[in-house]
Design a binder for this molecule. Sequence first.
Ligand SMILES: NC(=O)c1ccc[n+]([C@@H]2O[C@H](COP(=O)([O-])OP(=O)(O)OC[C@H]3O[C@@H](n4cnc5c(N)ncnc54)[C@H](O)[C@@H]3O)[C@@H](O)[C@H]2O)c1
Length: 331
Amino acid sequence: MAISLVTGGAGFIGAHVSRELIKMGHTVIVLDDLSGGNRNYLAEGVEFIEGSILDHQLLEKIFNENEIDYVYHLAAYAAEGLSHFIKRFNYNNNLIGSVNLINESVKHKIKCFVFTSSIATYGALEPPMTEDMTPIPEDPYGIAKLAVEQELRVTKEMFDLDYVIFRPHNVYGEYQNLGDKYRNVVGIFMNQIMQGNALTVFGDGQQSRAFSYIGDVAPHIAKCVDIKESYGQIFNIGADSEFTVNELAKVVMKAMGCESELRYLEARNEVVHAYASHEKARKVFGTGSLTTLEEGVRKMADWAKTQGVTSSEKFKNIEILEKLPPVWLED
Ligand SMILES: NC(=O)c1ccc[n+]([C@@H]2O[C@H](COP(=O)([O-])OP(=O)(O)OC[C@H]3O[C@@H](n4cnc5c(N)ncnc54)[C@H](O)[C@@H]3O)[C@@H](O)[C@H]2O)c1
């Protein structure tokens, strides 16, 4: 039976990937420091280790004590917009933490390292983004993701560590942290509706994204290790149709059964239109028909109502305050 280590398995995508792996018959070890995840979201049957990918001695111990076949590396702090203001934290957590895992994976000759990168690697390139474009990330989060991708490429050349890289984008669904005010617009809107607050929108709300339902993403991430054709490759993964944030707000209000005001804030420094082509993933994984935005948001809304209002904590160690959107300083 294959043994898989899932970092970030108490988080949103990791919780779903773990469930898929359990279905596939893998033994699953989850490593998560619970900085963004939730113990209640852990898949049934996983072995849970509370700890950080920054703790390289802990990693050494986990790899020494378990014959790990596959690493699914999903642990990260993915607040892309905030990453400009928490550069040190971003590179430490998302890049150095990843390097710690790559080191152990090389030493223990694991069979495949699966990494969730991001569409953020493309930056402001003309959409739809395709995997053959040369990435030009526009923020520290995207730069760290691209650096890990490059690290995996040279580690394969030097040490023959196999890998598969996914670049998901704007994934939403059950088990998403509703209380992170710095990321996940679908969850932020749902939480604001449950609080009876206006929905906050940066700029004019005409920026567009292809919001992607988790059920269309997690199974492919889990299964890739059995598809040798995917090794050494990068795949965009997610929904094909893009919607503006204003359109999304309407869909969320309908699913939550509640009208709210929109509160427009000063535009922040972000890519205006970001969506990707999934031709490559379709060829290799046969991704099939995708969940519509209405259907996916309704499923998430049904779940969010069972969670209720989730309190949003301020990020404690913001390193640069200049140009920080004022809404991020509010309680
Ligand atoms: N959700 C998206 O739309 C999206 C899009 C592109 C890429 N990704 C990537 O997918 C992965 C999962 O994202 P998610 O949306 O599930 O986020 P999430 O915050 O729900 O999950 C990440 C998990 O990692 C854990 N974590 C963070 N730092 C850690 C550390 N140092 N040690 C151990 N655990 C740590 C958190 O506690 C959390 O449970 C991330 O790598 C993210 O960058 C997500």
